[in-house]
Design a protein around this ligand. Sequence first.
Ligand code: HEC
Ligand code: HEC
Length: 444
Amino acid sequence: MRRENLNYIIGLITFLGACSGDETIDGFTNQEWAEIAKLSPLGDPPPDPTNRVANDPGAAALGQMLFFEKELSGPVTFDATPGEGALGVTGDIGRYACTSCHDPAHNFVDVRSNPVATSLGTGGWLGHNALTLVNAVYYDWTGWWGFVDTLWGHSLIGVEAGIAANGDRLRTAHLLYAKYRTQYNAVFDPDLDPALDPAAVDAARFPASGKPKAPMAPDGDWEMMAPADQALIVQIFVNTSKACNAYLRKLVKKQAPFDRYVAGETTAISSKAKEGLKLFIGKAACIKCHEGPFFSDQKFHNTGVPQEGLHVSTMDTGRDLGIILVKGPLREWSSAGANSDDTSASKVDALVADPKDMGAFRTQGLRNVAGTAPYMHTGQFADLREVIKLYNEGGKKTGFVGVVDDLIKPLNLTDPEIDALVAFLETLTGEPLPAELLTDTSVP
Ligand code: HEC
Ligand code: HEC
C-alpha cells in the first residue's frame, strides 16, 4: 500500500473511530496505529549546547582520528589470563584505543574481550557490558548508570579511568602536540602551547604525563604544575573529548524496515514481525519503557537482572550510584560543570535519588539492537530470545540489589510469541553507516 493511501485510511478511521472501534488496517486497530505512529520516524539528534563544537566538521574529523588512537592510553597495570583478549602486559603503554572496546566493524561494541559479556581494559575488567556508540547521541544520560549527561564527559572519563585506558590529560596534550597539532589548532583557540614541544626551553612546564592525584601514573607530576598551566591542560583535554563527541554525533542509524512499514510500505516487515509489534505495544507491554522513536523512556528501571557472570560484581546499585557520581566527583564533566559550554538546561543539580534507583539501569534504546549482543548491563544474554525469556518470567526474584519495577510482570508469552517479538526487534536495524566513518584515520 502506498504511504498516501495508508495515511488517508488512518485519517479516515481516526475520523470514524468515535463510532466504531473495530476497523483494522493491516491487522492493527486505530488505537494500535496511534501507538505505532509514536515509534517512528527517528528525528535528528538533539542539539548539544554543552559542546560548542558538537557540529563542527573539523572537530568530528579530529575526533575520529583520536577514536582510533592507541597512544591515548597509559600503562597496563593488570595481567589477564592468556586467551582473555588483553592487548598488553603490565607496563606496556599505548595499547588500548576506544576501538579496542567499541569496534567500528561490529556496531561499536566489544568483540575482543573473552568472555565478551564485560570488557577488559588496562587495569582489569570493567564489570559492565560495553555499550554500542551507534545512536548514543540520543540518550539524556550516558552509560548503564547514567553517571554523566554528556558524551564528551563520558569519553574523557574513559581515557583517564585506570581500569579502562589509564591515560591522562598531560599525555593527551603531548600527543596532540606531536601528532594532531594542525587539526587541533584549526578548530580550537588558543593554539596548543609551544611549551608542549619537548625541545622547547620551557618544556618543563608540562611533564610527560599526569592527572590529579593519580598514584598509579609513573611520572604523574600534575600537582607540581602552575595552576594556570593546569587550566590550559584541562582545556585541551576537554576540547579533545568534545572533538570525540562531534564524531560520535555522526554515528546515527535511522532508516529501518520498521520505519518504512510505518511510512506505508506494508511489505517492509514480515507478518511474524507484525505479530511481534502487536505484542510489543500490547500483551508484552514493552512500550511502557521502550517508548518513542528511540524506544527508550530515558529513565532507569530495575528489571530483575541478576548480577551473574565471571567478571560481574555481586552487588551493583545502578542508577543510585550514577546519581551520587554525577552530583559529586563527575559533576565537572557533566552539563552542570565548569567545562560545559551551556549549563542553563542542566538537570544534574535538581536530581534527587529515589529508592527505585537501587539496582536500576538505563532503558536501552532498541534500534539496531539485533547487532549489539550480548545484552543487559551484565552482558549475560547471548541473544534476544534470552532477554525476552527473562521478561516473560517477570525478572528474577533474587541476585540483585533493590526491588523489581512494578511494570515488570510475568507475561505468559508462548514460544511462538517470543519468536515474534524477536522478529520485530530485528526490523529495527537501520541502514549501515557510511564506510568513511568506520575508517582508521589516526596518524601512524
Ligand atoms: C576497556 C574498554 C573500553 C575502552 C577502551 C573505552 N570504552 Fe567506552 N565503554 C566501555 C564500557 C564497558 C561502557 C559501558 C560503561 C558503563 O556504563 O558502565 C562504555 C560506554 C561508553 C559510552 C557511553 C555510551 C552510552 O550509550 O551512554 C561512551 C560515549 C563511550 N564509552 C565512549 C568511549 C570513548 C570515546 C573511548 C575512547 C576514548 C572509550 N569509550 C573507550 C568500554 C570501553
Ligand atoms: C520496566 C521497564 C521495561 C520494560 C517493561 C521492558 N524493558 Fe527492556 N530494558 C529496560 C531496561 C532498564 C533495560 C536495561 C536493563 C539492564 O541492563 O539491567 C532494558 C534492556 C532491554 C534489552 C537489552 C538491550 C541491550 O542493549 O542490552 C532488550 C533487548 C529489551 N530491553 C527488550 C525489551 C522487550 C522486548 C520488552 C517487552 C517484553 C521490554 N524490554 C520491556 C526496561 C524495560
